[in-house]
Design a protein around this ligand. Sequence first.
Ligand code: NDP
Length: 222
Amino acid sequence: MTGAGRGIGHAVAIALAHRGLDVALLGRTAEEVERTAGEIVALGRAALALRCDVSHSQEVAHASARVVAELGVPTVVVANAGIVRRARVAYMSDEDWGAVIDTNLTGVFLTARAFLPKMIEHKRGRVIAIGSISGTLGTAGQSAYCASKWGVIGFMKALAEELRATGVQAITVMPGSVDTPMLDGSGFRPQMSPEDVAKLVVYSALDAPSAMNGSAVEMFGP
Ligand code: NDP
């Protein structure tokens, strides 16, 4: 589970633990992933908090090796870590563009790649990516974010084709506006809670039929 220290990632991690899973928690802020780990241990499950920047290939490779060594080959991988940088295209810096694409899109690729060989070997498991409704539309001031989330859907659909008949599936969950720190300053009102998203992620990861491989499921709010 990446980006597990707060927001949607925190809610998903807790929900997976409630369903009986041990959870590895990856994120850049050690205190936040460690706090989530403490909550999971209090629920009676094992937790492994790891500092990891998902945009750095070597950090993801190192963290994934520890996950497999300490918790085993994952049955569920949730690529959730994401950021937003708001700027109009005419004034966007290389740094802002790169940070968003590297985290939101390359981060999903690096996370999936790190675990897939072993999951395919074991012939089971699911990769869930947290996309966004922004992967279906365009928002002024959010070109990098929208591009990254459209990219996530394309990446996950291509991955799903590669995974056919392997026993492993790839599903994307695409929330609308969620009540998390990321929404601050967006101008959008929250339409759903992190726990709402967690319910769909848990369904996609544990309950959905394998025939949902390749699905990208939108959440528009009530
Ligand atoms: P938050 O800002 O609350 O949480 C983002 C999480 O991602 C944090 O735990 C953060 O931890 C982690 N993260 C960010 N960058 C990195 C990185 N390079 N490496 C590892 N971890 C990282 O946002 P949300 O919970 O709202 O967002 C979670 C996902 O949901 C994102 O992919 C976002 O795009 C998506 N989403 C959010 C919506 C919303 O309205 N909030 C709507 C639709 C989709 P740290 O900074 O410590 O690394």
